[in-house]
Each structure stands twice: as C-alpha cells, then as structure tokens.
Design a protein around this ligand. Sequence first.
Ligand SMILES: [Zn+2]
Length: 51
Amino acid sequence: MHECPSCALEVEGTPTECPYCGYEFPQQKSSIKMVAWLLIVLLVVFILWMY
Ligand SMILES: [Zn+2]
C-alpha cells in the first residue's frame, strides 16, 4: 500500500499515478539498481570466462 503524498489516500499496489487526485508518484530507482546488478553479473561472468 502506498499513501499518496498529495491527498493522503491509500493507493493499491505500486502506482505510477494516484487514481484520486492524479498525483504522479516518483519512479522507483529499482530499474537503475537492476542495470547496475546486470553489469556486475556480466563483469563476473566475463572474469570467470577469461580463466
Ligand atoms: Zn492522491
């Protein structure tokens, strides 16, 4: 559950926009984290492959 900072109503799930007042939630930075993890995994695989 997410609480809208604009109208303080509970919004279900992981909303991108409040269905009540139209407030746009700031996008989660998990996608950036995922890219970073992917790069780390690729680096590890590359190092292991070199040996
Ligand atoms: Zn709202």
